[in-house]
Ligand binder design. Sequence first.
Ligand code: HPA
Length: 266
Amino acid sequence: MYKREDYEAAAHVITERCGGERQIALVLGSGMGRLFEEVSAVLPYSEIPHFPQPTAPAHRGELLATDKAFIMCGRFHRYEGYTPEELTFYVRALRLAGVRKLVLTNAAGAVSPALRPGDIALISDHINLSGENPLIGRNDESFGERFFDMSEAYSPKLRRKAEECAKRLGTELKRGVYFYMSGPSYETPAEVRAIAALGGDLVGMSTVFECIAARHCGMEVLGISCVTNMACGVGGAAVSADDVEKTAGESGERLRCLLTEIIKSI
Ligand code: HPA
Protein backbone atom coordinates (compact mmCIF):
# COMPACT_ATOMS: atom_id res chain seq x y z
CA MET A 1 0.00 0.00 0.00
CA TYR A 2 1.55 3.30 -1.09
CA LYS A 3 1.59 6.36 1.12
CA ARG A 4 0.93 9.94 0.06
CA GLU A 5 4.69 10.62 0.43
CA ASP A 6 5.46 7.96 -2.21
CA TYR A 7 3.30 9.75 -4.79
CA GLU A 8 4.81 13.09 -3.73
CA ALA A 9 8.35 11.73 -4.16
CA ALA A 10 7.56 10.61 -7.72
CA ALA A 11 5.82 13.90 -8.56
CA HIS A 12 8.80 15.84 -7.21
CA VAL A 13 11.26 14.04 -9.52
CA ILE A 14 8.91 14.41 -12.49
CA THR A 15 8.46 18.17 -12.07
CA GLU A 16 12.16 18.75 -11.29
CA ARG A 17 13.36 16.84 -14.33
CA CYS A 18 10.68 18.15 -16.70
CA GLY A 19 11.00 21.79 -15.70
CA GLY A 20 7.67 22.16 -13.90
CA GLU A 21 4.09 20.96 -13.90
CA ARG A 22 1.86 20.12 -16.86
CA GLN A 23 -1.96 20.06 -16.96
CA ILE A 24 -2.25 17.32 -19.57
CA ALA A 25 -0.85 13.80 -19.69
CA LEU A 26 -1.02 11.43 -22.60
CA VAL A 27 -0.53 7.69 -22.18
CA LEU A 28 0.54 5.81 -25.28
CA GLY A 29 -0.65 2.25 -25.82
CA SER A 30 0.87 -0.80 -27.50
CA GLY A 31 2.90 -0.07 -30.59
CA MET A 32 2.55 3.73 -30.21
CA GLY A 33 5.79 4.33 -28.33
CA ARG A 34 7.52 6.40 -30.97
CA LEU A 35 4.81 8.85 -31.91
CA PHE A 36 6.37 11.90 -30.33
CA GLU A 37 10.03 12.63 -30.88
CA GLU A 38 10.17 16.42 -30.39
CA VAL A 39 10.30 16.69 -26.65
CA SER A 40 11.95 18.86 -24.00
CA ALA A 41 12.69 16.11 -21.47
CA VAL A 42 13.11 12.34 -21.43
CA LEU A 43 12.87 10.65 -18.06
CA PRO A 44 13.31 6.86 -17.82
CA TYR A 45 10.77 5.28 -15.47
CA SER A 46 13.68 3.63 -13.66
CA GLU A 47 14.66 7.10 -12.36
CA ILE A 48 11.22 7.89 -10.91
CA PRO A 49 10.66 6.61 -7.34
CA HIS A 50 8.18 3.70 -7.10
CA PHE A 51 7.50 3.59 -10.87
CA PRO A 52 7.31 -0.01 -12.10
CA GLN A 53 9.16 -1.11 -15.24
CA PRO A 54 7.01 -2.04 -18.23
CA THR A 55 7.70 -5.59 -19.37
CA ALA A 56 5.21 -5.65 -22.23
CA PRO A 57 6.67 -5.59 -25.75
CA ALA A 58 6.44 -2.21 -27.50
CA HIS A 59 6.22 -0.31 -24.21
CA ARG A 60 9.32 1.84 -23.83
CA GLY A 61 9.33 2.94 -20.21
CA GLU A 62 9.99 6.67 -20.56
CA LEU A 63 8.18 9.79 -19.50
CA LEU A 64 8.53 12.56 -22.07
CA ALA A 65 7.61 16.19 -21.64
CA THR A 66 6.53 18.71 -24.25
CA ASP A 67 5.69 22.31 -23.40
CA LYS A 68 2.03 21.39 -22.76
CA ALA A 69 1.98 17.74 -21.75
CA PHE A 70 3.62 14.79 -20.09
CA ILE A 71 3.72 11.76 -22.36
CA MET A 72 3.92 8.29 -20.88
CA CYS A 73 5.60 5.96 -23.37
CA GLY A 74 4.72 2.59 -21.99
CA ARG A 75 2.22 1.61 -19.34
CA PHE A 76 1.73 -1.25 -16.92
CA HIS A 77 -0.76 -4.08 -17.23
CA ARG A 78 -2.42 -6.52 -14.88
CA TYR A 79 -1.10 -9.42 -16.95
CA GLU A 80 2.47 -8.38 -16.17
CA GLY A 81 1.73 -9.24 -12.56
CA TYR A 82 1.32 -5.66 -11.31
CA THR A 83 -1.58 -5.12 -8.92
CA PRO A 84 -4.25 -2.59 -9.92
CA GLU A 85 -2.76 -0.27 -7.26
CA GLU A 86 0.77 -0.61 -8.67
CA LEU A 87 -0.24 -0.12 -12.27
CA THR A 88 -2.11 3.09 -11.41
CA PHE A 89 0.66 4.54 -9.23
CA TYR A 90 1.64 6.88 -12.04
CA VAL A 91 -1.87 8.38 -12.27
CA ARG A 92 -1.72 9.85 -8.76
CA ALA A 93 1.92 10.85 -9.22
CA LEU A 94 0.92 12.80 -12.32
CA ARG A 95 -2.01 14.37 -10.46
CA LEU A 96 0.47 15.72 -7.93
CA ALA A 97 2.63 16.92 -10.84
CA GLY A 98 -0.26 19.17 -11.92
CA VAL A 99 -2.17 16.96 -14.35
CA ARG A 100 -5.92 17.64 -14.64
CA LYS A 101 -6.62 15.97 -17.97
CA LEU A 102 -5.55 12.42 -18.76
CA VAL A 103 -5.65 11.11 -22.32
CA LEU A 104 -5.49 7.30 -22.31
CA THR A 105 -4.80 5.50 -25.58
CA ASN A 106 -4.73 1.79 -26.21
CA ALA A 107 -4.77 -0.94 -28.82
CA ALA A 108 -8.07 -2.83 -28.83
CA GLY A 109 -9.87 -5.61 -30.60
CA ALA A 110 -13.15 -4.85 -32.37
CA VAL A 111 -16.16 -6.70 -30.99
CA SER A 112 -18.71 -4.56 -32.83
CA PRO A 113 -18.88 -5.28 -36.58
CA ALA A 114 -19.16 -1.50 -37.06
CA LEU A 115 -15.45 -1.28 -36.18
CA ARG A 116 -12.53 -2.34 -38.39
CA PRO A 117 -8.76 -2.71 -37.94
CA GLY A 118 -7.18 0.70 -38.52
CA ASP A 119 -10.15 2.57 -37.04
CA ILE A 120 -9.60 5.12 -34.31
CA ALA A 121 -12.42 5.10 -31.75
CA LEU A 122 -13.37 7.33 -28.85
CA ILE A 123 -14.17 5.37 -25.70
CA SER A 124 -17.66 6.42 -24.61
CA ASP A 125 -17.71 4.25 -21.46
CA HIS A 126 -16.15 1.10 -20.07
CA ILE A 127 -17.17 -2.21 -18.52
CA ASN A 128 -15.04 -3.69 -15.74
CA LEU A 129 -16.42 -7.02 -14.58
CA SER A 130 -13.00 -8.29 -13.49
CA GLY A 131 -13.89 -8.00 -9.81
CA GLU A 132 -10.78 -5.87 -9.35
CA ASN A 133 -10.44 -2.16 -8.73
CA PRO A 134 -7.36 -0.07 -7.92
CA LEU A 135 -9.21 1.57 -5.00
CA ILE A 136 -9.97 -1.59 -3.05
CA GLY A 137 -8.38 -1.14 0.37
CA ARG A 138 -8.06 1.83 2.68
CA ASN A 139 -9.21 5.05 1.02
CA ASP A 140 -6.79 7.99 0.96
CA GLU A 141 -9.21 10.90 1.42
CA SER A 142 -6.51 13.36 0.36
CA PHE A 143 -6.99 12.06 -3.20
CA GLY A 144 -10.76 11.54 -3.24
CA GLU A 145 -13.87 10.18 -1.58
CA ARG A 146 -14.46 6.51 -0.80
CA PHE A 147 -17.53 6.30 -3.08
CA PHE A 148 -17.67 8.42 -6.19
CA ASP A 149 -19.69 8.83 -9.36
CA MET A 150 -18.62 7.19 -12.62
CA SER A 151 -21.53 8.38 -14.80
CA GLU A 152 -19.17 10.53 -16.86
CA ALA A 153 -16.05 8.37 -16.62
CA TYR A 154 -14.91 9.63 -20.04
CA SER A 155 -15.47 13.37 -20.15
CA PRO A 156 -18.27 14.41 -22.54
CA LYS A 157 -16.57 17.80 -22.89
CA LEU A 158 -13.23 16.28 -23.90
CA ARG A 159 -14.99 13.85 -26.25
CA ARG A 160 -16.73 16.74 -27.97
CA LYS A 161 -13.41 18.52 -28.37
CA ALA A 162 -11.78 15.36 -29.74
CA GLU A 163 -14.61 15.04 -32.27
CA GLU A 164 -14.12 18.65 -33.36
CA CYS A 165 -10.38 18.02 -33.79
CA ALA A 166 -11.03 14.90 -35.87
CA LYS A 167 -13.45 16.83 -38.06
CA ARG A 168 -10.92 19.61 -38.66
CA LEU A 169 -8.34 17.04 -39.69
CA GLY A 170 -10.77 15.01 -41.81
CA THR A 171 -10.04 11.94 -39.68
CA GLU A 172 -12.89 9.53 -39.13
CA LEU A 173 -13.48 8.94 -35.43
CA LYS A 174 -15.66 6.01 -34.40
CA ARG A 175 -16.88 5.35 -30.86
CA GLY A 176 -17.56 2.46 -28.58
CA VAL A 177 -17.76 0.92 -25.13
CA TYR A 178 -14.44 -0.61 -23.98
CA PHE A 179 -14.62 -3.97 -22.24
CA TYR A 180 -11.68 -4.82 -19.97
CA MET A 181 -10.14 -8.29 -19.94
CA SER A 182 -6.97 -8.99 -17.96
CA GLY A 183 -5.27 -11.09 -20.66
CA PRO A 184 -2.62 -12.08 -21.46
CA SER A 185 -4.55 -14.71 -23.44
CA TYR A 186 -6.78 -13.17 -26.08
CA GLU A 187 -10.47 -13.93 -25.75
CA THR A 188 -12.18 -17.11 -26.86
CA PRO A 189 -14.95 -16.75 -29.47
CA ALA A 190 -17.52 -17.54 -26.75
CA GLU A 191 -16.09 -14.78 -24.54
CA VAL A 192 -16.30 -12.33 -27.44
CA ARG A 193 -19.97 -13.26 -27.96
CA ALA A 194 -20.55 -12.70 -24.24
CA ILE A 195 -18.79 -9.30 -24.37
CA ALA A 196 -21.00 -8.27 -27.32
CA ALA A 197 -24.14 -9.39 -25.46
CA LEU A 198 -23.05 -7.36 -22.42
CA GLY A 199 -22.62 -4.18 -24.46
CA GLY A 200 -18.91 -4.10 -25.27
CA ASP A 201 -17.78 -2.77 -28.65
CA LEU A 202 -14.03 -2.89 -28.04
CA VAL A 203 -11.97 -5.28 -25.95
CA GLY A 204 -8.57 -4.66 -24.39
CA MET A 205 -6.24 -5.25 -21.47
CA SER A 206 -5.64 -1.76 -20.06
CA THR A 207 -7.15 1.68 -19.43
CA VAL A 208 -10.05 0.97 -17.04
CA PHE A 209 -8.06 0.92 -13.78
CA GLU A 210 -6.24 4.08 -14.82
CA CYS A 211 -9.55 5.76 -15.64
CA ILE A 212 -10.97 4.78 -12.23
CA ALA A 213 -7.89 6.08 -10.36
CA ALA A 214 -7.97 9.30 -12.38
CA ARG A 215 -11.67 9.96 -11.77
CA HIS A 216 -11.16 9.33 -8.05
CA CYS A 217 -8.66 12.17 -7.83
CA GLY A 218 -10.74 14.51 -9.97
CA MET A 219 -9.05 14.28 -13.35
CA GLU A 220 -10.98 14.50 -16.60
CA VAL A 221 -10.34 11.47 -18.80
CA LEU A 222 -10.35 11.00 -22.55
CA GLY A 223 -9.98 7.46 -23.93
CA ILE A 224 -8.96 6.63 -27.49
CA SER A 225 -8.63 3.13 -28.93
CA CYS A 226 -6.67 2.19 -31.98
CA VAL A 227 -8.54 -0.81 -33.39
CA THR A 228 -5.83 -3.31 -34.28
CA ASN A 229 -7.82 -6.45 -35.05
CA MET A 230 -11.26 -8.00 -35.12
CA ALA A 231 -11.76 -9.75 -31.75
CA CYS A 232 -11.42 -13.50 -31.92
CA GLY A 233 -14.31 -15.10 -33.77
CA VAL A 234 -15.67 -11.82 -35.23
CA GLY A 235 -13.56 -11.68 -38.37
CA GLY A 236 -12.78 -15.37 -38.63
CA ALA A 237 -9.02 -14.97 -38.24
CA ALA A 238 -6.95 -15.74 -35.13
CA VAL A 239 -5.52 -12.79 -33.17
CA SER A 240 -1.76 -12.31 -33.04
CA ALA A 241 0.36 -9.83 -31.09
CA ASP A 242 2.40 -9.12 -34.25
CA ASP A 243 -0.73 -8.05 -36.13
CA VAL A 244 -1.80 -5.90 -33.17
CA GLU A 245 1.54 -4.09 -33.13
CA LYS A 246 1.73 -3.78 -36.92
CA THR A 247 -1.74 -2.23 -37.24
CA ALA A 248 -1.09 0.13 -34.31
CA GLY A 249 2.08 1.23 -36.11
CA GLU A 250 0.19 1.78 -39.38
CA SER A 251 -2.42 3.98 -37.65
CA GLY A 252 0.40 5.83 -35.87
CA GLU A 253 0.66 8.90 -38.07
CA ARG A 254 -3.12 9.53 -38.15
CA LEU A 255 -3.24 9.04 -34.40
CA ARG A 256 -0.25 11.32 -33.80
CA CYS A 257 -1.88 14.14 -35.80
CA LEU A 258 -5.14 13.70 -33.91
CA LEU A 259 -3.47 13.57 -30.49
CA THR A 260 -1.36 16.63 -31.30
CA GLU A 261 -4.49 18.56 -32.29
CA ILE A 262 -6.34 17.38 -29.17
CA ILE A 263 -3.51 18.44 -26.86
CA LYS A 264 -3.49 21.84 -28.54
CA SER A 265 -7.23 22.32 -28.09
CA ILE A 266 -7.90 21.05 -24.55
N1 HPA B 1 -8.23 -8.53 -27.17
C1 HPA B 1 -7.69 -7.99 -26.06
N2 HPA B 1 -6.79 -7.03 -26.09
C2 HPA B 1 -6.39 -6.55 -27.28
C3 HPA B 1 -6.91 -7.07 -28.48
C4 HPA B 1 -7.88 -8.11 -28.43
O1 HPA B 1 -8.39 -8.62 -29.44
N3 HPA B 1 -6.31 -6.39 -29.50
C5 HPA B 1 -5.47 -5.49 -28.92
N4 HPA B 1 -5.51 -5.60 -27.58
